[in-house]
Design a protein around this ligand. Sequence first.
Ligand code: ADP
Length: 458
Amino acid sequence: MPMEPFNRTQLRLASWYALVMGAILGLCGLVSYQVTIRAYSDSMERELETVAKTLYAGIELHLKQPGRLEPFVEKLLPDVCLTDAPCLVEINPNHSHSFWKNHHIPSKVHQNDYYIRFLDSSNKLVAVSGLRVDLPTTMSSPNWQTVVDSQGKRFHQIAFPLHTLDNKLWGYLQVGRSLKDLDSRLAALKLVLLVGLPITVILIGVSSWWLAGKAVRPIYRSYLQMQQFTADVAHELRTPLTAILATLDSALRLSNVTEPEVRDTLKTIERQVNRFFELIKDLLLLSRLEQHTLDSNPQSLCLNDLMSDLIEEFSALAASVNLKLVSELRSPEPLYIFADEDQICRLFSNLIINAIQYTAPGGCITLKLSKEDRHAVFEVQDTGIGISLDAQTYIFDRFYRVQSDRSRQTGGTGLGLSIARAIAEGHGGSIRVQSEVGKGSTFTIRLPVEKTLQNKNY
Ligand code: ADP
């Protein structure tokens, strides 16, 4: 059977999975990228706003003339430089002046990244403190701005209008900082996403290929089984039909047929048609058992009574082929199971009929009933032909026969043990075989004892 359609399905599953996972991961990456920007921007804006508001509150009270910086500001910000006078102040990165210290703002932050600028009312730069930046001096509304210097470096700033004591517009206070930190973090995150995402998608693709293979394999196996089953059924149905056709053909060739000969032929055909129906009935039963669609009527069932009935029912058949059929009760009390009586009867009968069929005249068949843990154990032991170890692996498979010719002679469909196993397992039990060629076989069925009776500690 070509594996190709299954390989294609496996590939399609793996590709779809990788695609969907890639899309989800990509979306997550994008969201975390945006969240990182937002979180960083929020904390930076809070910091800038605090610095700007503190400066604004400290400075505005001392402003007297629009556009003119009072000496107080130089005291507050010792590194401030007026734009229309030569700047003699050296910026010492290790020195933090009193304003920052008094307002508990870490010097590391402001000295390397912050700048404070004073603009007059016509947007002309009056003075600058902190980081020396080469930025346009345009004011915009709202007062948050992200600006780029001549070298392409980004800065984020906040601006406040300043007023003199007599409430005239003095100019503007701008407090800003470099976005170098944020930009380098985002570049790193982008790199991780751009390189990491494709690698992750490839890994997902490979692992989902492997997982899809695992998922497809059982489907492939059951597909093979179905194909095998169809072939087996076709083969098994052909056998009785061929026999019927052959009988009809030879009957039609006869000339001057007498009435007893016609009757003989019709009886042969009737036997073959019955066998055909038996096979179809067994097949239907097995498929319903396996699909759990068989109508069942579970009830409390006494196995001791059932065993006596079976002995009564099969004694005559066993005696007719010179076999002894005996029972051995190993449980002191009656054993009850909760089960469908017809199905359990069918299960035990199949085993007894097999034992009768595969045991030579003079042999003995023993039915045993005992209790082990919470299970009723029913055994059918015979002194028949036995089953080789190899064959024991297959005898519960549909249509498997150790000696097909002999089995066909006995009228077996090759489904008896498959049906027995389906019934036992359908009742939460199990069936197993122990056998030795030439010495005999023992089929053991374990079925759970009825729950209410388990509680009574039988
Ligand atoms: P069948 O209808 O041919 O008996 P089963 O499924 O009942 O089919 O059994 C499968 C095969 O197992 C039989 O064909 C037979 O070869 C072997 N078998 C079953 N029961 C016994 C037994 N008690 N002793 C020896 N062989 C057995």
